[in-house]
Design a protein around this ligand. Structure first.
Ligand code: ZN
Length: 62
């Protein structure tokens, strides 16, 4: 199980834009997954998020 409690500090500092571009969503979720992970990455961008995090040598355990 991943973090059950949202990282409220991170969320305060990383608000999702109102009308985010795909790139913004990928970036947000990539960072979110590392910092918090209170919600799953949407399937539509999951591959891009995984690729983005792979660059940082981060392995998602699911
Ligand atoms: Zn979160």
């Amino acid at each position: 199980m991943r973090n059950a409690t949202p990282n409220a500090e991170w969320h305060d500092a990383h608000m999702m834009p109102k009308n985010p571009t795909r790139a913004q969503r990928v970036q947000w979720h990539a960072e979110h997954e590392l910092a918090c992970g209170c919600r799953p990455v949407p399937a539509s961008i999951e591959a891009d998020v995984a690729a983005s995090n792979k660059k940082r040598n981060v392995h998602r355990s699911n």
